[in-house]
Design a protein around this ligand. Structure first.
Ligand SMILES: [Fe+2]
Ligand SMILES: [Fe+2]
Length: 334
């Protein structure tokens, strides 16, 4: 008996091993062909883990990112601005939903992902720990923060994991509108009274550094990037994306009649790119590790919103249960 049992187990292990080997082969081929990996495909544990972390952190960032601007909905300077801002903040909630759904296809359910955020185990983009102090900050967030998000996310439309890549296509279209509305807020202020222009300049002074840090640490301090690039999740390195972003925003700032307060920022003829100054990475590390101006407030607000939304989740679950009961044969007759 024992021998049969043991050989059964060995047989099962061998079968699993075979499946892993052929799964790995199939996966490697998909990556080599630059094809999409779908939820039903076999994938290495590391790939699944990396993506679960990246996609869920992205979802958390969209949801937490609603806060700095939502603060301004009731104070937007006109009905038109209020309507635009409401639409933008709602878009961010939608982005969170697509991304939680994409993350769930990797095998971790949303409740657990949200719990990781609420317990502080999961991170979100550090930029949302900065406050929006003035109306011009809402413009700077749209132009620079959503702008950096686009620069990061357009290449993700070609990420190897199908559900993530597809969610990015729609998200990027909406981000373009966000960036445009931010730029337009600043354009109006920059062409307004001297005080308004000053307010716009101060806002971009505040957001320039943190927006450039959104691309993550310099390449030589970003050890996971190489693996993500080998898996076709990431297409460009942090520094490449940051450079691309700087090259894009400098002429846009000139068109606004504003400037970035970076003494090292200048066109480099030889490289064909703008040079720019060293960023304050100690500040970045401090904000990431919880000491930014709004970390505590953001998490407190999110926990409270989660608790206040409990009845919505219960009602939705009860509705689904009832639908399922009613669709069982004979349920309506009974
Ligand atoms: Fe978004
Ligand atoms: Fe956005």
């Amino acid at each position: 008996m024992t021998t049969t049992f043991a050989s059964d187990i060995t047989g099962q292990r061998a079968a699993h091993l075979d499946a892993d080997v052929s799964g790995q082969k199939h996966f490697d081929q998909l990556i080599a062909d630059d094809s999409r990996v779908e939820p039903t495909d076999w994938m290495p544990e590391g790939y699944r883990k990396t993506l679960t972390r990246q996609v869920s952190q992205h979802a958390h960032s969209e949801i937490i990112g609603m806060q700095p601007e939502a603060n301004w909905i009731s104070r937007a300077p006109s009905l038109k601005r209020k309507a635009i801002l409401i639409a933008k903040v709602q878009d961010e909630a939608g982005h969170g939903l697509y991304l939680y759904s994409a993350a769930e296809t990797l095998g971790t359910d949303r409740e657990e992902l949200v719990e990781q955020l609420l317990s502080g185990k999961a991170k979100y983009s550090s930029i949302f720990n900065y406050p929006a102090r003035t109306w011009a900050d809402v413009g700077a967030i749209g132009w620079l923060v959503d702008g950096a998000a686009i620069a990061n996310q357009v290449p993700l439309c070609r990420a190897s994991y199908g559900p993530y890549a597809r969610s990015m296509v729609r998200i990027c279209k909406e981000e373009s509108f966000h960036q445009r509305q931010g730029w337009e807020i600043l354009y109006e202020l920059a062409n307004g009274t001297p005080e308004q222009k000053q307010m716009a300049q101060e806002a971009i002074n505040r957001f320039y550094g943190p927006a450039l840090q959104m691309f993550g640490p310099p390449d030589d301090e970003s050890p996971n990037s190489r693996q993500s690039m080998a898996w076709n999740i990431k297409r460009f390195s942090n520094d490449e994306l940051r450079q691309r972003f700087v090259d894009m925003i400098v002429p846009q700032a000139e068109a606004l009649g504003l400037h970035f307060e970076d003494p090292d920022l200048k066109w480099n003829e030889e490289r064909g790119h703008y040079d720019f100054g060293e960023l304050d990475w100690s500040e970045f590390k401090s904000v990431v590790s919880g000491n930014g101006p709004c970390n505590e407030q953001r998490m407190k607000h999110r926990r409270q919103a989660h608790e206040e939304g409990a009845w919505v989740r219960e009602a939705a679950a009860a509705y689904v249960r009832r639908q399922a009961e009613q669709s069982e044969p004979g349920a309506l007759i009974a």
